[in-house]
Design a binder for this molecule. Structure first.
Ligand SMILES: [Zn+2]
Length: 314
């Protein structure tokens, strides 16, 4: 299962360019809002022992005291209950938000993503990514003038009429690849590594950003060699995952090793090893308190690539 995709909102990407239509969505009785605060999302939790988190949709009519205007909100789309917006409330104090927080809490989606309903997780990821982009693009990169939100937060327009540059959310492509060694057909192995930014024990597939003027296949070859000193070929696309943390899309590949000696740089990659499927089955889960290696988090495409490989070779 790949998280943060197949969002079932109607994005209304043409209609949202119409200011009057958007205003009607914002002021209509059906309008709901989800809060994002410093990259965390307002969620509720089941009161039972499972503590499962859920998205919180607040009727817009209930948040009027915040004085938020349409310009400050991001239009996410329409579902069967009506329009849904995200609102950045990072600048509000706790006291102002107290009525809405109540038993709810602001939670980092990265800490709980796989516990949520998959649709809710996709919705919150989308909201977080768009709010982040708007907050970080308040000035024109051409002339430095302030920008203003248009198209429900899907475009920012330079306020200087002589410039009037339109800025759109960008998505940064990154490749992520499972490298396999099939030189011994009875003992297929895959290469997993621990990045210095990872929690201790977590081993994952290699990944890296696409450089300008580089094909995806070239990025795979370069990154695997740079990070682990292994040469690869037969690069095949597997699947993709939007990764708005803050603005990437992960393009998943599988690659075949043609060399086997591992040389890690010791800086970005601290350790890397070849593993057989039987070894991977002994891996723990992130946060389980064990002392053996653990698999990538369950909401990541890395996990999908590893599990797909295990089931194929087992
Ligand atoms: Zn400008």
């Amino acid at each position: 299962m790949i998280y943060y995709r197949e969002l079932n909102l109607d994005r209304a990407s043409e209609a949202r360019k119409d200011r009057i239509w958007l205003e009607q969505q914002w002021t209509g009785a059906q309008c709901r809002v989800c809060f994002v605060r410093n990259d965390k999302s307002l969620m509720s939790r089941d009161a039972d022992a499972t503590n499962i988190p859920h998205v919180v949709h607040l009727p817009r009519t209930e948040i009027e005291k915040l004085g938020s205007e349409l310009e400050q909100a991001v239009f996410l789309g329409l579902d069967r209950n009506g329009p849904l917006f995200a609102l950045d409330v990072s600048h509000h104090q706790d006291e102002v938000l107290a009525d809405y927080i109540g038993d709810n809490e602001f939670i980092d989606l990265r800490d709980v993503g796989w516990l949520l309903d998959k649709q809710q997780a996709a919705q919150l990821a989308y909201a977080r990514g768009l709010v982040f982009w708007n907050r970080n693009h308040r000035y024109c990169g051409i002339c430095g003038s302030p920008t203003r939100s248009e198209y429900g937060g899907h475009m920012r327009l330079c306020s200087d009429s002589s410039c009037a540059r339109m800025h759109f959310p960008r998505t940064d492509p990154a490749v992520i690849m499972l490298v396999e060694d099939l030189s011994d057909s009875n003992h297929p192995r895959c290469l997993l590594a621990r990045n210095s930014r990872f929690p201790s024990r977590m081993m994952s597939t290699l990944a890296g950003f696409v450089d300008p003027l580089e094909s995806l296949e070239e990025t795979v070859v370069r990154e695997v060699f740079e990070e682990c000193g292994v040469r690869v070929e037969q690069i095949e696309y597997q699947a993709s995952q939007p990764w708005p943390f803050p603005s990437s899309i992960m393009l998943g590949f599988r690659a075949r090793a043609i060399t086997r000696d591992i040389v890690v740089d010791g800086v970005e990659i601290e350790e890397a090893y070849w593993f057989e499927a039987e070894q991977l089955k002994q891996f723990g889960e992130w946060g389980d308190g064990g002392d053996y290696f653990c698999l990538p988090r369950r909401d990541s495409i890395a996990r999908y690539l590893v599990e797909s490989w295990i089931s194929e070779v087992s």
